[in-house]
Design a binder for this molecule. Structure first.
Ligand code: ADP
Ligand code: MG
Length: 763
């Protein structure tokens, strides 16, 4: 991982890139390699997971059978006896003061246990590592590894000091226990001086913030004398992570801003003016303001780098389309990348409908100066694909809409001026970059997301983008009312389907969302089922956080589209209702036809997977029933629900749950209850963050940068991130290439994945 650091930083050879094999014995370095630790730097950055207070023994009552544990406990007694088969056996009982744990050692004869007897003397305190097993109802560790505190020291005085120090506990493995890692760290760290450890945080900043040096901080976390010292070290290293990350993002932004782009200033009397003149509604104040921001960005000769956050249904498409038209008017092309085929096809329909005759460019009856909207998806037929590729490459299509297929090599543009990425949460940074690389000069970039992102997360994940936000939803929307329906209450379910009937009778449309397609698939109760439903094979997976899900309790199979559609067709309450199905395994044409029939009312109830999650827009859809709603995440349900109540009639969303009625305290019930209580995306995002673990929030795909975060928690360390960003901005503004701060540069290079750097070089 630190291979890049093998360079020379400043004039000085970097000690951190030294292979551990040079400093440690082969056994230790081999075991550390299994943990992914190969260099001095790797090892020093393998911070302790926690520090145990030597006066505070581990609560043994919390140990689970089968768990690999490291516990701090006091030896109460140790006895050696002969076993029936003539061998010897020693049982040492250790305690936390209340509970006990047995340590069991077997040997051929008593003498072989002498070493253990000498160390495991009553009253001594040590760390014990092993897998918790059950024997005659007792918890025991068989042949545990252990380390008696303060035993291997020169004299008693030193022993006392050692015994009182916080004990660093490292993420260990069967190959190497925590205290051996600790010993290795000491061997490596002790001879290093400040000069050996170039500090990414500039000295002046350290002084201002009263932060110690990197050398001090590493000493603080790895070899503290007090708990306060360990905390001090952690705080400083955590700040360093935030600072390096923000500096990386700001440098990336500065680099992009320094690139050249073709300015696409607004042209009067062009397509955009014609479009505005025929728009059937007035733009909201927010749409006008964001439109102004985009127009100004596009007029600049450096690439726009903007994130547009907008509540579900806030009208981002029109805003994006107006930006695209400005670019087309200025002689360029725009690409719109959507996460699914359904959404791409819908975008094309929407754009063509909004543009009307303006999208008939090049056709016989089309107006002069009109343009074309081309569609490129993976499952398109060869002929259609050829024609669309030609439209894109010739420039005849001003707007090219597509899925990931847009990224493929043979897609070319005549003059790509703007890339719009819709619903960003499905796209990684690299894909964004690939698309941008299709233009000779950097195109302008607009990223749109309907998932509200708390400010500090945005700062971290999209820290290289400017942000615009659409908060208001166009007037005249009636909104959605949400209820939680317990699946096992027959009369509630009856009522739910009758409610669906009422919507249909009022000439409205209803979605019924299921987590799976086919009831006969393997993994009927499994967790990968929901993901399998998406058409691009992307991971849409519902959450699985059931603590009781230990494989013992049989799981209720998840509801499946094919089965539910049959049931609904047979349901008396829905007699005569046209029920259709939509899922990712249908062909592109079938999907498109089904959506068109649903929009037209030939299909009244659409049983579907989350394939409709993002962006599908049918004004007459007022009802949604989500089956197994407890298996979906908050933002996913919020997205789904955003599909209804878009017209003037109020929407109703029924979240059918196998997890009680939404009044309990499990994560699933909390999610559902929160959804029933509010439609404010920012409130939901906050609750979501509380319930999720960090990794889920950031998603490795979204930012390669975040994989290097060890101590920083984007959700908890908001203030720190804000502060670090302001501090980093000062340095990056003064010296965008960071030429004067080689240690910071080196730290960034280590964190930025190579492919991102490559893109930066290329662009
Ligand atoms: P989202 O932001 O979720 O992508 P869309 O762009 O799909 O939302 O817009 C939702 C619907 O609102 C579309 O049918 C769109 O035509 C309509 N719409 C957009 N802006 C306005 C407006 N200012 N007034 C009325 N309806 C609007
Ligand atoms: Mg949208």
């Amino acid at each position: 991982m630190s291979a890049k650091l093998g360079d020379v930083v400043g004039d000085q050879v970097d000690r951190l890139s030294e292979p551990l094999t040079k400093v440690l014995g082969p056994r230790t370095s081999g075991a550390l390699a299994k943990l992914g630790l190969h260099t001095t730097g790797d090892l020093l950055r393998h911070y302790p997971r926690r520090h145990n207070d030597p006066g505070k023994l581990t609560d043994l009552s919390r140990l689970q059978f089968g768990e690999h544990v490291t516990v701090l406990a006091e030896v109460r007694q140790a006895t050696v006896r002969l076993t029936r088969n003539g061998g010897a056996m020693m049982v040492a009982i250790v305690t936390d003061g209340r509970q006990t744990l047995n340590l069991t050692f077997f040997a051929k004869h008593k003498g072989a246990l002498r070493g253990h007897e000498d160390k495991l003397k009553p009253g001594r305190v040590g760390l014990f590592t092993g897998t918790v097993a059950k024997y005659a109802g007792y918890r025991q560790l068989v042949h545990p590894d252990y380390n008696i505190i303060g035993l291997d020291v020169a004299d008693e005085a030193e022993g006392l000091v050692e015994a009182g120090r916080p004990i660093p506990i490292y993420a260990a493995s069967a190959a190497i226990v925590s205290w051996k890692i600790q010993a290795a760290v000491r061997t490596v760290l002790d001879p290093l001086t400040e000069a050996d450890l170039p500090d990414p945080i500039p000295e002046q900043l350290r002084t201002r913030l009263h932060l110690g040096s990197l050398r001090e901080a590493l000493g603080d976390v790895h070899e503290p004398y007090t708990a306060a010292q360990a905390r001090r070290g952690q705080d400083r290293l955590k700040y360093e992570e935030a600072f390096v990350l923000q500096a990386a993002l700001l440098r990336r932004r500065a680099e992009a801003a320094g690139q050249e782009a073709t300015a696409r200033p607004r042209k009067r009397g062009g397509l955009l003016d014609d479009f505005d003149a025929q728009l059937p509604f007035t733009l909201t104040a927010g749409q006008r303001q964001v439109g102004g921001e985009l127009a100004a960005d596009l007029a600049k000769a450096s690439p726009m780098q903007r994130l547009l956050q907008g509540e579900v249904g806030s009208g981002k498409t029109v805003v994006a389309l107006r930006a695209m038209l400005q670019v087309v008017d200025a002689g360029g092309q725009a690409a719109l990348m959507a996460p699914t085929e359904v959404l791409a096809a819908q975008h094309v329909r929407t754009l063509r409908a909004l543009l009307g005759s303006l999208a008939q460019g090049g056709y016989l009856d089309g107006p002069e100066g009109g343009t074309r909207v081309a569609l490129l998806t993976g499952s398109q037929g060869a002929a259609a694909r050829r024609e669309n590729l030609l439209d894109a490459a010739s420039g005849r299509a001003g707007i090219v809409v597509g899925t990931h297929a847009l990224l493929s090599e043979n897609v070319q543009f005549a003059d790509l001026g703007l890339v719009v990425v819709d619903e960003q949460h499905r796209f990684g940074v690299e894909q964004r970059d690939t698309l941008r690389a299709k233009a000779e000069v950097a195109p302008h970039l607009l990223v749109m997301t309907a998932t509200p992102i708390p400010r500090t997360v945005a700062m971290t994940v999209f820290g290289d983008l400017e942000t615009s936000t659409l908060t208001e939803v166009p007037a005249g929307r009636s909104g959605v009312v949400t209820h939680v329906v317990p699946a096992d209450r027959a009369n509630w379910m009856d009522r739910a389907w009758r409610r669906v009937r009422e919507e249909v009778d009022a000439f409205h449309r209803v979605f019924v969302v299921c987590p799976r397609i086919d009831p006969d698939e393997p993994g009927a109760g499994g967790k990968q089922a929901a993901g399998a439903a998406d058409d691009d094979g992307l991971d849409l997976l519902a959450i699985d956080d059931d603590p009781a899900d230990d494989g013992e309790r049989p799981r209720r199979p998840l509801r499946a589209v094919l089965e539910v559609a049959e049931e609904l067709r047979a349901l008396p309450a829905l007699a005569g209702v046209a029920v259709g199905i939509l899922h990712g395994r249908l062909s592109a044409e079938d999907k498109e036809r089904t959506m068109a029939e649903f929009a037209a009312g030939q299909i009244q109830v659409l049983v579907c997977t989350t394939v409709i999650e993002v962006g599908v827009d049918v004004a007459e859809a007022t009802g949604m029933v989500v089956l197994d709603a407890d298996r979906f995440g908050i933002s996913q349900l919020h997205q789904l629900r955003g599909r209804v109540g878009r017209g003037t009639a109020p929407g109703i969303c029924l979240l059918v749950s196998g997890e009680g009625d939404g009044t309990g305290t499990s994560p699933a019930e909390t999610r559902l209850r929160t959804l029933a209580e509010t439609t404010d995306g920012f409130v939901l995002a906050a609750v979501d963050l509380e319930l999720r673990r960090e990794g889920d929030v950031l998603g490795a795909a979204q930012s390669g940068l975040t994989s290097s975060l060890r101590l920083l928690r984007v959700t908890r360390d908001a203030d720190l991130i804000v502060q670090a960003r302001a501090d980093a901005a000062q340095y990056v503004n003064a010296d965008p290439t960071l030429a004067t701060l080689p240690a910071l540069r080196a730290a960034i290079d280590q964190q930025l994945p190579a492919e991102r750097e490559e893109f930066l070089d290329r662009a």
